[in-house]
Design a protein around this ligand. Structure first.
Ligand code: G
Ligand code: G
Ligand code: MN
Ligand code: NA
Length: 254
């Protein structure tokens, strides 16, 4: 109950910040995008990880208000980077399961981008397969509208949820993220390597960008690259960083 009251207060006080993890094209070594990950800058506890408050925010009905702040902060950063003359870097944000239930989502996101003078293509919406499978037909309709407006659509944590392949082909995604559960042992050549290769092939055949997440070692990175997965994210390249540190990384020419 204490945490609940604190969470409400935190929304009012603006205690949520975004950290940014680069997405790298390993062929060039350059940063080609970033994922925004929310953290709670708690006055007493320090930086709180999302795993410790997102589920609670969903439970007590605060997730949409929190998501609104995340989207505002993401757009502020995109605006800031454009104003500073940086090359365009699409920013990915994680949407909660409940967000697709709102049919007004595409219109609201369109309005948000307009208000910041941004093209919808500068924002990539990350959705998990589990949230899409809950009501596939409704999801396809909302996703279709988001895609028509130009937003990027990424299927996050792929392979760990309950999507069927017959549904996958109907979802108008632009990107598929290989869950780090498959990446961890990918260089060992066992079943996870087979699954990762199958996911890469599947994604490419469906015309999607394929991104590996949770890449921590050169061996993992090299294996994935050799199999055609050149977009990678993970501690090997960088942890999620506060905005200033992320900007410094960009300034170093990565
Ligand atoms: O950053 P970290 O690895 O601690 O994130 C843990 C989980 O929290 C991940 O599953 C991630 O998708 C989720 N998450 C991070 N930021 C956000 C956010 O802004 N909104 C939502 N809904 N989930 C997020
Ligand atoms: O569910 P989602 O894919 O959005 O979760 C992203 C989470 O993964 C973030 O919390 C981020 O901190 C974490 N993460 C990012 N890179 C790595 C990595 O290389 N290894 C591990 N273990 N976690 C990572
Ligand atoms: Mn994600
Ligand atoms: Na993921």
């Amino acid at each position: 109950a204490l945490l609940e009251a604190e969470l409400r207060q935190a929304l009012e006080a603006g205690q949520f910040v975004l950290h940014y993890q680069p997405k790298v094209d390993v062929r060039s070594g350059r940063i080609v995008g970033a994922e925004a990950l929310v953290r709670w800058q708690h006055p007493g506890r320090g930086l709180v990880e999302p795993g410790r408050f997102i589920p609670l925010a969903e439970e007590i009905g605060l997730i949409l208000a929190l998501t609104e702040q995340v989207l505002q902060a993401a757009c502020s950063s995109l605006r800031r980077w454009a104003d500073a003359g940086r090359r365009p870097l699409p920013l990915s944000v994680n949407l909660p399961a409940s967000s697709l239930a709102d049919r007004r989502l595409p219109g609201r996101l369109g309005e948000l981008m307009r208000a910041h003078g941004l093209a919808p293509s500068s924002l990539v919406l990350e959705l998990t397969e589990t949230m899409l499978m809950h009501d596939v037909d409704a999801a396809i309709e909302v996703l279709g509208e988001l895609k028509a407006r130009g937003f990027g659509l990424s299927l996050d944590d792929f392979g760990t949820g309950y999507s069927s392949l017959s549904h996958l082909k109907r979802l108008p995604m632009s990107e598929l993220k290989i869950d780090r559960a498959f990446v961890t042992d990918v260089a060992q050549g066992g079943p996870d390597a087979a699954l990762a290769v199958a996911i890469i092939t599947l994604g490419k055949e469906l015309g999607l960008q394929v991104v590996a997440e949770g890449v921590e070692t050169p061996a993992q990175s090299a294996f994935l690259k050799a199999r055609g997965c050149t977009l990678q994210q993970g501690y090997l390249f960088s942890r999620p960083l506060p905005r200033e540190d992320f900007e410094r990384l960009l300034d170093e020419g990565c």
